[in-house]
Ligand binder design. Structure first.
Ligand code: G1P
Length: 267
């Protein structure tokens, strides 16, 4: 996004929320992630030699961000399976889970908002956002009872329901605080929607023995796993940058003025 790998925004959100130990669950062909957060002594030496202190500080900042560990998910068996890969790293403590496709922008980082709710209610906490009915099939969707402003006691969860099956239009967004008992459940969770092991299904089982709170977080969320969402994030993040806003706005105005008239009859 502009000049930063999207995952760095996620790492920064975790750190700004008070997280100190981070595990990135990667897949095949994702070595670039490890390289990005690693120290590059060769590059540092070149920059030092050239006296490029600004860039040197920037790349040192990246590698100093946090203690970052990696585990590789060897097969793409779903989000539930990816989370299960973290069981040894996490051990017997509650943990925060941030999905790399969801970027949230707000003064108070999204995860910090969830941690605030966790301090009050304990148990498990998930991020919620209401979505238009026609989009429910892209998300995990919950049934719930409102217990405080923006705060829901979850009573059911369904992964990617059809519009008819959806118990509400409150969708789960990619931020969770979860108790470690989820790992034993994941170990025996059968493949669900899409033939994948679904975290949502495991959370539904966890509901039999623990509370799950849903929180309608403040902030704008970008789905950067979606092409349009990625473009929106790129444009809006660039417009929020002091060093780019002038020239980029000028460019955008030109582009928009040269757009052909809308010809799509359904638009
Ligand atoms: C995953 C979860 C889904 C959640 C979504 C949020 O789906 O399975 O419950 O609503 O993330 O982005 P995915 O987007 O990986 O298909």
């Amino acid at each position: 996004i502009v000049d930063k790998p999207a995952i760095q925004f996620i790492i920064e959100e975790a750190i700004q929320s008070g997280i100190e130990e981070i595990l990135i669950i990667t897949g095949r062909n994702k070595r670039a992630i490890e390289d990005h957060f690693d120290r590059s002594l060769e590059l540092e030496a070149v920059l030092e030699h050239k006296g490029n202190w600004e860039l040197l500080e920037e790349i040192r900042y990246i590698s100093d961000l946090a203690d970052i560990h990696y585990v590789r998910q060897k097969e793409a068996k779903g989000l539930g399976h990816a989370v299960y890969c973290a069981r040894k790293f996490v051990g017997q403590e509650p943990f925060a889970l941030l999905l790399g496709d969801d970027l949230v922008v707000h003064e108070e980082p999204c995860l910090k908002q969830l941690l605030r709710v966790y301090q009050q209610f304990g148990g498990n906490v998930i991020a919620l956002q209401s979505v238009p009915r026609e989009q429910v099939s892209s998300y995990g969707v919950v049934a719930s009872r409102v217990i405080a402003p923006g705060t829901h006691q979850i009573t059911d969860l369904v992964e990617k329901p059809t519009r008819e099956e959806a118990p509400s239009n409150y969708a789960i967004m990619g931020r969770y605080i979860i108790q470690p008992e989820i790992f034993d459940i994941l170990a025996t969770t059968a493949p669900g929607r899409g033939g994948e092991i679904q975290l949502t299904d495991a959370l539904k089982t966890l509901l039999d023995s623990q509370s799950i709170i849903g929180y309608e977080f403040q902030g704008k969320r970008y789905d950067i796993g979606d092409k349009l969402g990625f473009l929106a994030a790129t444009v809006e993040f660039a417009l929020a940058r002091e060093d780019l806003v002038r020239d980029f706005s000028k460019y955008l105005r030109q582009v928009v003025n040269n757009l052909p008239q809308e010809t799509d009859p359904t638009a």
